[in-house]
Design a binder for this molecule. Structure first.
Ligand code: SAM
Length: 297
């Protein structure tokens, strides 16, 4: 291509990034090219991080947690919703998927996380130590107290990522295939704390989640994004249990927070089980919803 054709293609704002595509200098959200941006906007996101892949760094320590997120997944979310000096907040940070993803995304990005359970924080610290990964700020507390911590109260965040427990789903007694799958029927909650959203009834859960997200919203910059993970419950007679729709409705009550769409994430590492066989259809729910909101003021 001649120099003239090339500059016509780039326009006055385009920067040729080679294989990565063309970066538009007016991009205020992230440092991605158009090609990379389009990839992230696909509403279906299929990943396949093997337990030993470097993208699943430190799983050996993190697997004490019932549902750790792959750090590479969090890195990709962080790279889309922040510039390289972005600040990220996670009010339910578990064994640190978001914090590790922030370190993997690099630049001068920094993250602050809050987690109720000490042993999860220690597992995160072990990963950082063993893998020589930059350690972010992790606070042990109930997120409802977030504003009493200067690391949260004194920071304006570019992105909030929340991966809350889903009501008392984790604490429910296992039956049928679930019992066989886990090899026992005992409940496995994240913690034994009353403040753990995973130990609350559905109604208490919605109120507590909205409250924590409302507090997080006060620390989010104008036009910043809030990303919430969730999974539906199995439908029951009288209740479709579409948790993702209920969470969108609940969080839309926060004045100025606007729902902007979702990605459906499927991790291919998940196995299928013959739930319900041979009597009735019981779904194998192997996807999660990544709900995306923006502070519109
Ligand atoms: C789904 S897990 C998050 C997993 C995390 N994304 C990771 O990669 O490890 C939810 C976490 O929220 C914590 N949690 C529940 N209620 C909380 C609260 N009120 N304040 C802070 N953490 C809470 C639980 O202990 C649990 O570790």
């Amino acid at each position: 291509m001649s120099k003239k054709d090339e500059s016509k293609k780039l326009g006055k704002n385009g920067v040729d990034m080679g294989e990565r595509g063309v970066y538009d200098k007016r991009n205020t959200l992230n440092e991605l090219t158009g090609k990379e941006w389009v990839f992230f906007t696909n509403s279906v996101w299929i990943t396949g991080y093997s337990p030993t892949a470097k993208e699943n760094v430190g799983l050996k320590y993190r697997k004490i947690h019932p549902s750790p997120k792959p750090p590479a997944l969090m890195r990709d979310i962080i790279e889309f919703f922040t510039k390289s000096d972005g600040k990220i907040f996670d009010p339910f940070c578990g064994v640190g998927g978001t914090l590790l993803g922030t370190a993997m995304a690099g630049g001068q990005r920094e993250a602050v996380g809050i987690e109720l359970e000490k042993k999860y924080i220690e597992a995160y610290e072990q990963v950082c130590e063993a893998e020589n990964i930059q350690r972010m700020t992790m606070i042990q507390d109930d997120s409802a107290n977030m504003l009493s911590h200067p690391e949260v109260a004194g920071t304006e965040f570019d992105l909030v990522i929340a991966d809350p427990p889903y009501s008392d789903m984790m604490a429910k007694e296992r039956t049928g295939q679930r019992k066989k799958l886990y090899n026992d029927s005992s409940p496995m909650p994240y913690t034994c704390e009353a403040a753990d959203l995973g130990n609350m009834s559905l109604e208490e859960f919605y109120n507590a989640l909205r409250h924590i997200m409302e507090l997080s919203f006060t620390r989010l910059k104008s036009r910043g994004y809030m990303v919430v993970f969730c999974k539906d419950f199995q439908p029951q007679p009288g209740s479709p249990n579409l948790l993702h729709a209920d969470i969108v409705r609940e969080l839309s009550k926060i004045d100025g927070l606007v729902y902007r769409g979702m990605r459906i994430w499927h991790d291919q590492a998940m196995s299928l089980f013959p739930f319900g066989y041979p009597y009735s259809f019981v779904m194998n729910q192997i996807h999660q919803y990544i709900l995306i909101f923006r502070k519109e003021r």
